[in-house]
Each structure stands twice: as C-alpha cells, then as structure tokens.
Design a protein around this ligand. Structure first.
Ligand code: DOR
Ligand code: ZN
Length: 425
C-alpha cells in the first residue's frame, strides 16, 4: 500500500505545474506522477488549495546530542524538523564530545533512524575536538555517513590548516563549511558593532570579523581550485564578495538564515537574549543585501542555524547568555511572509533555496525535486494560512525564539519523509 497525494500543485525549482497532479509514493520512492492515478488500496492525502514542495532540507542545525540533551536531542530535534517541513537535516559537530570520529557519526545516524522522522546527516568536525589544529580523519567521517565537514560554532582560523583541510576534502570529495569569524577581531563582542551597540553599551562584534574570513576562504578556494561553503552569511559586504567570486567562476556557495533576512540589531534593544546569535543581527542595509543575495542566487540556500538553549542558560545578562535561537519551526513561515509574499522570491526560487540547492550543495542524491524515481520526501504548504508563533506550540525542547508573538502567513500542513507522514497540522 502506497500513498497518493491528490490535487497536487507541484512546486519544483525548475518548474511549477499549474495543473494539479496526483503523486504516488511507494516504498520510499516517488513512483508515479500523473493527472489521475486510481486510488486502489492506497492511502490518500488531498492537497487541494495547498502547494506541494520537494521535502525541505536544512544544512545547518544543532541537535545537541551527545552532551546537552537538556537543550535538544536527536528525537526532539527530529520532531521539530518534521513540524517545520524538513525531511533532511545536517547537524553540526559542536557537541560534547565533538562529532569528530566515525563512532559518534554512526551513533547519531542510528538514533535518527530509530526515531524515523527525518534524514539526519551529521556534519563531522574539520579538526579534532574542533581545536583548530589537527585535522580529523576525513575519509573515516565520510565513510561513516558525513556529507560535509565544519568546525561550526568556531572558525578554522589558521590559513594553513584551512588550506590543508580544503585540499584533503577535495581529494575525497567532501564539502567544507566554514563558520566565518576571526575571533581576534570579534574579541568579546556579543552584538553587531555599530550605533546600537554604542547606545546600549554592549560590546560590539564588527562585520569585518566575518568578511576577512569570507575573503580569505574565497582566495583559498580560488588558489586551490576547491569548493567551499560559507555558513550563515550576515553582511552586505559578504554578499558582494561572494557575488564577485561567483562571477569569477570560483566554486563558493553560501547560506543565510531567516533571522538574518528578517531582523536588525534594533531587536537587541529589547535585551531579549534570544536575539543574541552568532553571527549577530546586523543593520537594515545588511538585511536588504541578504534578501537581494537570496533573490539573485548569490546566496544559494536558506538554513536555520537552529540553536536550542535552555531557559536557564538564556535567562542571564546579554553578555553571558549563549549565542543562538531555534529556527526549524519558523523557517517556512518567515520565508513565505518575508520573501515570497513580499515578492523577493518566487515560489520556485523558494523551492530552490530550501530544497534543490541544499541537495545540490551537499550532494544529496535523489533529493530536492519531485520527479519519478526520487525519494518520497514531500512538504505540503498552505501559502495563505495565517498563524501566530506561540511558545507552547514549539516541539523543540528549547523555546529560545525572538519570533514568539509574531504573526506569519504560510504554514506547513503535511510533511512526508521516505513515503511516511511525519507531521500533519
Ligand atoms: O548562534 C549560534 N549558535 N551560532 C553558532 O555558530 C553556534 C550556535 C550554537 O551552537 O549555539
Ligand atoms: Zn555557525
């Protein structure tokens, strides 16, 4: 017995079917797309009035397991992802211990399979214990199931280590993701350095801390003829550098988060520690440039940087609170409200930035598109459904979101992963 999605207006990155189709999902695969498929003994979902996207993919999530299961686990993070419309996620290695060997990678994949709600691809560390000094065994990490490596949360600061990492990663065809931040320049800064940090008397983190690494890694990628993927871009200048690099044929890709195309550092005036993120919220000019970068494809992917933290950890002064906000369950609503309904992105571009492009960047096969023969990963979205973000509705274990109380338009109705319904509103 399979699953048929009836009245499906399919939104693929390269094509939008205006005439509703039927989609048959069997044994984890999309087996047939046609105007009419006999129901037989298949289960039926009616998608009339909704949009049917390829399963959404988030390349940047923090699941906190192992080590901080009080913030999130593979299980609670998977539930949160399914509710947010995601069918595949990559989880970052800044856990305790760090994801820097095959045993931990295999453990996370095994737990994710047991939970069975979303495909989880652990991101292995670039350096052992994220110490920035010794490279991990990249081939071992790849064999264990990693699709990418990163020291996320920390920047690989040594140019020589980054050079070696890029060379090895190229040899074994694994993506490197850089967290771009020169910590010498950041110092003890905890919000964007600028007028607001001055007025609030909060230590500033200057944009140059991001852009010097963006520029350096673009140069390394150019010199070594390698790929590099730049995480959570937050600045106009970063977008300009990446746009220039792409125009030169340099193999750089990049991602941006909903909070960086939605909020400015004005949000920090509330002293709400959920507005404390790394990289920090920037200026209106930066927000506009991130939107422009997403529109013209300079920024390839939308990711959440879902970073759960407990109430206890966040309920402290702005200086001492950990960086990060949750994002899995608000990403579709924010993208639709801020980008699609405001005509920054078309629906097809949204399907690209949230599914096709992440699949392409991370090399996830048979994902990112609704076509026969691809994996049965599907996200059904009601583009016009209005809803309010409420703290009690989060399925994430943590609630650190600055969007609580925000009204959004566009909501995930059904998530299907591997042909199985993993969420239904
Ligand atoms: O805000 C952030 N939180 N940025 C990061 O790079 C790390 C993340 C975390 O792990 O909490
Ligand atoms: Zn990061």
């Amino acid at each position: 017995m399979g699953l048929i999605i009836k009245n499906a207006v399919i939104v693929n990155a390269d094509k939008m079917h205006t005439k509703p189709q039927n989609i048959l999902l069997e044994k984890g695969e999309i087996t047939k797309i046609a105007a009419d498929i006999p129901v037989g003994n298949h289960k039926v979902i009616d998608a009339a009035g909704k949009l049917v996207f390829p399963g959404l993919i988030d390349l940047h999530v923090h699941l906190r397991q192992p080590g901080r299961e009080d913030k999130e686990t593979v299980e609670t993070g998977s539930r949160s992802a399914a509710k947010g419309g995601f069918t595949s996620i990559m989880c970052m290695p800044n856990t305790t211990p760090v994801i820097d060997n095959a045993m931990i990678v295999e453990g996370i994949i095994k737990e994710a399979k047991r939970v069975g709600l979303v495909n989880v691809y652990p991101v292995g560390a670039i350096t052992r214990g994220q110490n920035g000094k010794e490279l991990t065994d990249m081939a071992e990490l790849k064999a264990a199931g990693c699709k990418a490596l990163s020291d996320d949360g920390k920047c690989v600061e040594s140019s020589q280590i980054m050079r070696l990492a890029l060379e090895y990663a190229k040899m074994i065809e694994l993506l490197l993701i850089q967290h771009c931040q020169d910590h010498c320049l950041t110092g003890s800064g905890v919000m964007n350095e600028g007028y607001n940090s001055m007025v609030l008397g909060i230590k500033g983190d200057p944009g140059i801390a991001e852009t010097v690494i963006v520029a350096r890694d673009i140069e390394l990628a150019h010199y070594l003829k390698t790929k590099v993927h730049l995480a959570h871009m937050s600045l106009k200048r970063s977008v300009e550098l990446i746009r220039f690099a792409k125009s030169q044929g340099i193999q750089v890709t990049a991602e941006a988060c909903p909070h960086h195309f939605t909020l400015t550092d004005d949000a920090v005036k509330s002293f709400d520690t959920s507005t404390k993120v790394n990289p920090p919220l920037r200026t209106a000019e930066d927000v506009a440039a991130i939107r422009e970068g997403l529109k013209d494809g300079t920024i390839d992917c939308i990711v959440t940087d879902h970073a759960p933290h407990t109430k206890e950890d966040k309920e402290t002064g702005f200086d001492n609170a950990p960086f990060g906000m949750i994002g899995l369950e608000t990403s579709v609503g924010l993208t639709m409200t801020e980008l699609v309904h405001k005509k920054v992105l078309t629906l097809q571009q949204m399907a690209d930035r949230m599914s096709a492009a992440p699949a392409r960047v991370a090399g996830l096969e048979r994902k990112g598109k609704i076509v026969e023969g691809y994996d049965a990963d599907v996200t059904i979205i009601d583009p016009d459904k209005e809803w309010e973000v409420k703290v009690e509705d989060f399925w994430s274990k943590s609630k650190n979101s600055p969007f609580i109380g925000t009204k959004l338009k566009g909501r995930v109705e059904v998530t299907i992963c591997g042909g199985k319904i993993t969420y239904q509103a």
